[in-house]
Design a protein around this ligand. Structure first.
Ligand code: URP
Ligand code: ZN
Ligand code: ZN
Length: 457
């Protein structure tokens, strides 16, 4: 099977030019002007942008969490991702405290094997670091191709590890060539504030937000950066939301330390005023919570300065019935919101169209940087001869509206209902196959492959 994409404006992290792309089987084999080749299928991309397939390195599919499961599974989640231009996701395996990493991997493979429509990989969340876990790190990296280890500095009793475990894990991961990532918020401070608010009869979603003030995130971000500095492990902070946390990373840079930073699309375009809507605010109950306008400005500035490298989603959807588990108590609302399908189009409209980021920066943030940081580049995250033909053909002028009525995520509401965007993902290729065209899915469940990742270099 061969495909010729003609006359697209090819945008990578570095380049911007008009050319044809010739694809054979899964790979790009030629790029050039007016290619004179015979192809099984020709796609006219005149007046369209061609981006590398999006990579969302922070999603939670079919995840057991807060007494329920996130509502998108591997099939529905990766399918929705494809409609939104994301051809690959990295999901989180959660170790059960008291059990091994291998047990957790087996459980997650049971959910993912044969079910994904788009490509995927795993981060391994270490929730119980001990001698058994320590011995498994090498296997995860070398045998399984899972090179990033997630930690939680919050959610005590289920996911959180203490600083002693963190330093132990960092030492081992550094030795084996991996990376440690973290959910950086101070779990003990948050638990104290949750209990205090509830003891004062404050149970609405607003108190989810008020129980996680900025300091809970900035303190943990600084502490994590210090432990990473001490151990020398490559480090990455997920879903950063605020100025205080980013300033700790800016400080770390002054001692020549590099800590990678991910923010999520919602923290760039939504703010804490949404917590003023009674129980409807449960739609945006996530951790960390949405912040203030000044934090959005810091994150956009951090993107511009290069201190924030990735825009992910932390896609963790729940149906409204599931959110209602916390109708009488905000601390029981399952945390998370749906966004896997909306990330690229939202960032284009609110980043590129508003003049906040260039097209090249858009590609860095949505694809190339994640591919580089997580050991998949150049196979993923770029448009070049020899790379996987994962491509997004994008109409920068098409206007459309986001709505739960039309999205493909398995979630009965949208956090962006009625938002009007300019710029739409039209045709999506994944490993040389047209996966989505004209709002139709053309690949089947099972087409998505697990992608092994390289060590950190
Ligand atoms: O609210 C969130 N973020 N839910 C998913 C779990 C996590 O902390 O990433
Ligand atoms: Zn988190
Ligand atoms: Zn998450």
């Amino acid at each position: 099977m061969s495909i010729l994409i003609k006359n697209g404006r090819i945008i990578t992290a570095a380049d911007d030019y008009v050319a044809d792309i010739f694809i054979q089987e899964e790979k790009i084999t030629t790029i050039g002007k007016n290619l004179d080749v015979k192809a099984d299928q020709v796609i006219d991309a005149k007046n369209k942008l061609v981006f590398p397939g999006g990579i969302d390195p922070h999603v939670h599919l079919d995840m057991p969490f807060m007494g329920t499961y996130s509502s998108d599974n591997y099939e529905t989640g990766t399918r929705a991702a494809l409609f939104g231009g994301t051809t690959m996701v990295i999901d989180f395996i959660l170790q059960t405290q008291g059990k091994s990493l291998h047990d957790a991997l087996k459980e997650w493979k049971g959910r993912s094997d044969g079910n994904a429509v788009g490509d995927y990989s795993f981060h391994m969340a270490v929730t119980d670091f001990n001698d058994t876990t320590k011995a498994e790190i090498k296997d995860m990296i070398e045998k399984e191709g899972i090179t990033s280890f997630k930690t939680f500095m919050a959610y005590k009793g289920a996911l959180m590890i203490d600083d002693r475990q963190m330093v132990g894990l960092m030492n081992e991961v550094k030795k084996r060539g991996g990376m440690v990532t973290t959910h950086a918020t101070n779990g003990d401070m948050i638990d104290f504030l949750v209990a205090k608010n509830k003891s004062e009869g404050k149970f609405s979603p607003l108190y989810h937000y008020l129980s996680q003030p900025e300091i809970t995130e900035s303190e943990a971000s600084g502490r994590f950066a210090d432990m990473a500095y001490h151990t020398g492990v490559p480090a990455y902070i997920v879903h950063m939301t605020c100025e205080g946390a980013l300033n700790h990373i800016r400080d770390a840079a002054k001692r020549n330390q590099k800590v990678f930073v991910e923010t999520c699309i919602q923290y760039l375009v939504l703010d804490a005023s949404l917590y003023d809507k009674g129980f409807e605010s449960a739609k945006w109950v996530m951790s960390p919570p949405l912040r203030e306008k000044k934090d959005q400005e810091s994150l956009w500035a951090g993107i511009d300065q290069g201190s924030v490298q990735v825009v992910a989603t932390d896609h963790c959807p729940f149906m409204w019935e599931q959110k209602k588990m916390g109708e009488k108590d905000f601390s029981k609302i399952p945390n998370g919101h749906p966004a896997i399908e909306n990330r690229m189009e939202l960032l284009f409209s609110h980043g590129v169209n508003k003049g906040r980021i260039s097209l090249n920066k858009f590609v860095e943030l949505t694809s190339t940087n994640a591919a580089k940081i997580f050991g998949m580049h150049p196979r993923k995250g770029c448009i070049a001869v020899g790379t996987d033909a994962d491509l997004v053909i994008f109409d920068p002028n098409e206007k459309h509206m986001l709505s739960a009525k039309t999205h493909h995520m398995n979630c009965d509401y949208s956090g962006y209902e009625g938002w009007e965007l300019t710029g739409k993902c039209k045709t999506i290729l994944l490993r040389g196959k047209v996966a989505v065209d004209n709002n139709q899915l053309l690949v089947k469940k099972g087409y998505g492959q697990f992608i092994r990742r390289n060590k950190f270099s």
